[in-house]
Design a protein around this ligand. Structure first.
Ligand SMILES: Nc1nc2c(ncn2[C@@H]2O[C@H](COP(=O)(O)OP(=O)(O)OP(=O)(O)O)[C@@H](O)[C@H]2O)c(=O)[nH]1
Ligand SMILES: [Mg+2]
Length: 386
């Protein structure tokens, strides 16, 4: 099951960005440092790829520092991509960001050619918070929930430096299943668009393998890394629920509550600093997602081609010529167990396309009188059950 969330305001954001980008000098894409691959929006790349771009791995205070470094190296090794890491605790990111923008668009600056910067990214990643800390005032609304900013907003940083805050946007079809789960775990997906239990289980699978010591420390599991890794994800969630008191009357664990606890502990870094993907893992997921998507598309195309009507044969000998193609396909399967010659002779006088096929089935089934057999089989079953 893939997670998808592309509500109406994202359609509008897509249009607004498409319009705005024409007059933009630098595009800043804000990524979540805990999922730097999954939070990179392919739709944004498609729309803004022709402009100088800076990627900010935001919320680095929540991410695994070693992984953040690996991701920065990975992004900065790509041509025409610059990436830096940041978090809201940095008191004045402005200077650093202005420097980066000037490097990316050196011809801009001064009153005649003000620098125009578009800030975009997935929901809840910290775009508006970043803009506020850059401007030194609370100009953009922020909140710990996906979809706080609803419309584009211009912020004047200086007379020759403008910023545009945009609403968080995902993309219509997330083909990397794991990315959908990681986005949901991070809080970038609306609450109603995913099942918390499934997202928490997926998260636990990654944490079991990569951050078992943190799970043990937070939930006092009393298990070593190998024992934690060996648990089934369901068992682990149940154990966490027990340890954290998410228990219903009768002693059953409330898995929904346990899932919410795990997600909150991850989102607020109560578990510790965690990154949910390495560059190599993300590359592998992406490649697998692309193959799966291509297969899906090929299947869709095949079904569409089947549905498409074959070209009409020439009508020289009247309507009797029409059914030649259809009866050949259906009777071949349905009439196979019964003697073949009879249907052919009986079907011949009624040549319409549909009746040709039906005639074969009817002539084959009539002599065996199926109805009485069905009734006889049904009655004794009822009486047995009583
Ligand atoms: N720990 C941490 N939290 C941050 C950081 N930046 C933003 N936040 C928090 O993340 C939440 C979302 O911040 P916003 O600035 O509203 O995010 P946004 O990207 O504008 O969200 P939308 O408008 O919904 O797309 C808020 O609770 C912020 O306080 C950061 O660097 N570190
Ligand atoms: Mg916002």
């Amino acid at each position: 099951m893939a997670i998808q969330w592309f509500p109406g305001h994202m359609h509008l954001t897509r249009q607004a960005i498409m319009e705005r980008v024409k007059d933009i000098d630098v595009v800043i894409e804000v990524l979540d440092a805990r999922l730097p691959g999954s939070s990179a929006n392919p739709l944004l790349l498609e729309m803004t790829g022709h402009k100088p771009r800076l990627k900010i791995l935001n919320k680095q205070d929540l991410a695994d520092a070693a992984q953040t470094k690996a991701w920065l190296d990975w992004y900065n090794a790509q041509s025409e991509t610059r990436a830096i890491a940041l978090d809201a605790s940095e008191p004045a990111p402005t200077k650093r960001l202005i420097e980066q923008c000037k490097l990316l668009a050196p011809s801009r600056g001064g009153m005649a050619k003000p620098m125009r910067v578009l800030i975009c990214g997935v929901p809840n990643v910290g775009k508006s918070t970043l803009i506020n800390s850059m401007s030194g005032k609370t100009q953009a609304k922020t909140g710990n929930e996906a979809g706080i900013t609803k419309i584009e907003q211009r912020i004047v940083l200086a007379d020759d430096f403008y910023l545009w805050d945009t609403p968080g946007m995902l993309w219509p079809r997330i083909i990397v299943e794991k990315s959908g789960f990681n986005l949901a775990a991070s809080g970038a997906v609306g609450r109603n668009a995913y099942d918390e239990e499934l997202v928490a289980l997926e998260l636990l699978i990654y944490l079991q393998k990569n951050y078992a010591a943190m799970l043990d420390a937070r939930y006092r599991l009393g298990l070593d890394a190998a024992e934690i890794a060996a648990l089934h994800d369901d068992e682990l969630l149940t154990l966490i629920g027990k340890k954290r008191g998410a228990v219903m009357s009768g002693g059953r664990v409330n898995l929904q509550k346990a899932a919410e606890l795990v997600l909150t502990d991850f989102r607020d870094a109560i578990l510790g600093r965690i990154t949910l993907e390495t560059p190599a893992e993300f590359e592998a997921w992406l490649a697998a997602g692309q193959i799966k998507d291509a297969e899906r598309q090929a299947k869709k195309d095949a079904i569409a081609a089947k549905k498409r009507r074959p070209p009409r044969p020439p009508r020289e000998e009247g309507s009797a010529a029409k059914p030649a193609a259809k009866p050949a396909a259906k009777p071949a399967v349905k009439a196979a167990p019964k003697p073949a010659p009879k249907p052919e002779t009986k079907a011949a006088p009624k040549p319409a396309a549909k009746s040709g096929a039906k005639a074969v089935v009817k002539t084959a089934s009539r002599p065996t009188a199926p109805r009485p057999v069905k009734l006889a089989a049904a009655k004794p079953r009822k009486s047995r059950s009583r």
